[in-house]
Design a protein around this ligand. Structure first.
Ligand code: COA
Length: 193
């Protein structure tokens, strides 16, 4: 089942990043990377066309309290959301508590290992502070960059499910899972994965 999460008061620091709640004043940074072609499409959404579009989504980040802004050298360059996963696709996880990660990084900062650094910090936080049993993360089949992040962070394949994008296609979404090593019994008994 989806566990309750609230990161509106949480700040995590990694070697190079500050993961913190989104602020209204992050709007220009958000629009800057979210309007670039070839970024959001890999996560199922279209590039933002107007700053108003970014403002509405930013308002959602703030009110829903489940998304970190990734700050690097004083600028917001990405987001990491602790999303609700599709419980219907995972009846075998119904007795456990977990969530699903979703992330995007500004194209200008790809290839520096920043997202694995952010994911590692969030995973540690969710396992330690929230004692989640598991964390899911999915990537579209052809998104090899995200697949590498997931692999480098130690997730293992669990299943493949269809995902309806905002732009009207259905993508094959490869889902991976990480169980909380601090909790015995985190993995469902009799499971094959
Ligand atoms: C997926 C994403 C978050 C990866 O973040 P990142 O910080 O660049 O991750 P890494 O630096 O670890 O790079 C991951 C892989 O991407 C590849 N890569 C790196 N820079 C690249 C570039 N400029 N162009 C193409 N591929 C690149 C490399 O193969 C790298 O793997 P390696 O470490 O084994 O060499 C980022 O590419 C992104 O935001 N993509 C668009 C949104 C998205 O896909 N979100 C995930 C939805 S599931």
């Amino acid at each position: 089942m989806n566990a309750p999460i609230d990161v509106s008061e949480t700040v995590l620091r990694t070697e190079r990043l500050i993961l913190r709640p989104w602020k209204v004043s992050d709007l220009a940074d958000f629009f800057e990377y979210a309007s670039v072609d070839g970024v959001g499409q890999r996560a199922g959404w279209l590039p933002h066309k107007t700053i108003d579009e970014s403002r509405k989504i930013l308002d959602g980040f703030i009110s829903e309290k489940k998304t970190f802004a990734l700050e690097y050298r004083g600028k917001v360059i990405g987001s990491l959301g602790i999303e609700c996963y599709d419980e219907e696709s995972y009846p075998e996880l119904s007795e456990l508590g977990g969530r699903e990660l979703g992330y995007v990084l500004s194209k200008d900062y790809w290839g520096r290992g920043l997202m694995p650094e952010a994911v590692t910090a969030v995973v540690r936080h969710l396992f330690e502070a929230y004692e989640l049993d598991f964390i899911l993360v999915g990537h579209f089949e052809r998104n090899t960059q995200s697949a590498r992040v997931i692999q480098k962070c130690g997730f293992e394949y669990i299943k493949t499910i269809p995902y309806k994008t905002q732009y009207g296609t259905v993508e094959i979404c490869v889902e991976s899972i990480l169980y909380n090593p601090r909790k015995s019994g985190g993995r469902p008994s009799g499971s094959e994965f």
